[in-house]
Design a protein around this ligand. Structure first.
Ligand code: AMP
Ligand code: MG
Length: 510
């Protein structure tokens, strides 16, 4: 057994999930790996959690991060959850290769889950081997850090440890364990699991737990479950709007990958769009384009509808037809309001990216058209999404040349630029702002550096195939400062060759 106490690693765990939700998990131990080697430690995150990074990097710390030694106070467990995957319902998924180790209160007073991924089979493993490979786990780390730096809610990786074990996929790959930090691991699928089994007691406890953790202002409110539905819808709408505004494609928006916290989770077959295209799909398993870039708002709404269904037994008295009817109506209203909610967040983000400051009530229609026409221009001209926005910020500073250079015909953006400039002038007049402030404002919301697909693949190949982490670390350093104009980072700002993107496929990290 691997339940020894690691000296010097006494973390103040406070495991509310284990304590308050018996019956919703299986207590389980991680599988000790044969030869753990620390590949990455997120020192900033360790510090945020109040953990000593040097101790974590020591042999005893690595033993913990590898799952070989369970620290005192941890209560490892596999959570039960269900989920719709590509539209089909699986009543039992659960943590097949993941374990919640416990919870810590961070330096800001926030409760954070500490969880393993790739720590061995659990009773939910079904046919899986319970393992994870170095490449996909490093991918999760770098994508999570990039999203965090972009200001987008996300789970983050504290560490990636190579296990010294082979993992058998289409090839033999080096194995790894990732330690994930999350606001919680509650998902839409967590609720679906108990709703599908008709276990209303567990469903109610789960809802109250989620409320206490994510929406404490609702606690004690007789209508709190309805409030929870609205709060999750609001968080998911805001999240997906942010994804769209940075060109992020999650790739596998199943309901088990849709968090209650509103954090991005599970960086599997995700990617960033290069040339702007709402139909962009990179996932090797998404044949129908269900999770295509432009389809994400519709899928998010669909996922919220599944949450509404799962919560319905708590929203009504099942024996009272009128109460049930009323609950269905109210839940439907939340689901139907989702697109407008997401659109409001998306438009607010676009206005900031366009450098506009006037409140949303002013000029909202024409601003939406301005943004839509900009995107249509990018799509028509196959311009790089990220660079186009960034170079628009340069145009705000007076230099249009870098923007024009993105178009085959340098004059393609003429008409649109004229409209935008007129709108900027009106915005400055209305808000009493100097035009000179615009470029700096825009550069704070239009990143120069995103984790470009080709750079990510390059870095992961070096790490996984040649055990060379230097390219990965350079990439990681670059994505941590996405809004800086650092000439040293130019390499990371460049789009991939067209042929690369055309043939690019991402895979579930299983
Ligand atoms: P994911 O695609 O990572 O969101 O996982 C979907 C489901 O498959 C979850 O229940 C996972 O725990 C499970 N799963 C994925 N990969 C493995 C694996 N290698 N071994 C066991 N379970 C897995
Ligand atoms: Mg998942």
């Amino acid at each position: 057994m691997n339940t020894a106490v690691a000296p010097g690693l006494r973390w103040p765990f406070d495991n509310s999930y284990a304590r308050e939700l018996p019956g919703t998990y299986v207590a389980w131990q991680p599988a000790p790996p044969p030869a753990p080697v620390l590949l990455q430690l997120n020192r900033d995150l360790a510090d945020e959690l109040g953990l000593d990074a040097d101790v974590l990097a020591s042999q005893a710390g690595v033993a913990v991060l590898a799952g070989g030694v369970v620290p005192e106070g941890a209560e490892p467990l596999a959570q039960a959850y269900a989920g719709h995957q590509f539209g089909g319902f699986s009543p039992q998924l659960g943590d097949g290769r993941a374990l919640l180790l416990g919870e810590l209160i961070d330096r800001h007073g926030r409760r954070r889950d500490l969880a393993f991924k790739g720590s061995g089979r659990t009773p939910f493993a079904r046919g899986g081997d319970g393992k994870a490979a170095v490449g996909p786990m490093l991918r999760e780390l770098v994508l999570g850090e990039a999203m965090h730096a972009l200001g987008i809610p996300t789970t983050r990786a504290l560490a990636v440890v190579a296990t010294g074990e082979p993992v058998y996929r289409d090839r033999v790959l080096p194995g790894a364990v990732l330690t994930r930090v999350a606001a919680s691991h509650l998902r839409v699928g967590s609720f679906q699991y108990f709703a599908a089994r008709g276990d209303l007691d567990a469903l109610r406890r789960l809802a109250d737990y989620a409320i206490a953790r994510h929406d404490p202002a609702l606690a004690g409110d007789p209508d709190r479950v309805f409030g929870l539905l609205g709060a999750v819808a609001a968080r998911q709408a805001a999240l997906v709007a942010q994804w769209i505004n940075v060109g992020f494609i999650h790739g596998v928006m199943n309901t088990d990958n849709t968090t209650i916290s509103g954090e991005t989770i599970d960086y599997g077959p995700c990617a960033f769009v290069e040339a702007y295209d709402p139909a962009a799909v990179f996932s090797s398993i998404d044949h129908g384009g269900r999770y295509a870039f432009g389809n994400q708002p519709a899928v998010a709404r669909w996922n919220i509808a599944r949450l509404a269904e799962a919560l319905l037994p708590l929203l009504a008295d099942a024996d009272d037809e009128a109460s049930l009817q009323r609950a269905v109506e109210r839940a439907t209203e939340v689901v139907d309001a989702f697109p407008a909610r997401l659109d409001t967040a998306l438009r607010a983000g676009q206005r900031a990216k366009l450098g506009l400051q006037q409140s949303a009530s002013v000029e909202v229609d024409s601003d939406a058209a301005l943004a839509d026409d900009w995107l249509a221009l990018l799509q028509r001209e196959r311009a790089d999404f990220t660079l186009a926005w960034r170079r628009l910020s340069d145009a705000a500073a007076g230099d249009e040349a870098p923007l024009r250079a993105l178009f085959a015909d340098a004059r393609a953006p003429d008409a649109w630029l004229a409209r935008w400039r007129a709108r900027c002038t009106a915005d400055d007049a209305a808000t009493g702002t100097a035009a000179a402030a615009r470029a700096a404002r825009m550069r704070r919301v239009n990143p120069l550096v995103i984790p470009r697909n080709h750079r990510v693949e390059e870095a992961l190949a070096a790490a996984s195939e040649d055990a060379d982490l230097a390219p990965f670390e350079r990439l990681l350093a670059a994505v941590r400062w996405p809004f800086d104009d650092d000439p040293a980072l130019a390499h990371y700002a460049e789009p991939a060759a067209f042929e690369f993107t055309a043939g690019y496929r991402t895979f579930c990290g299983t």
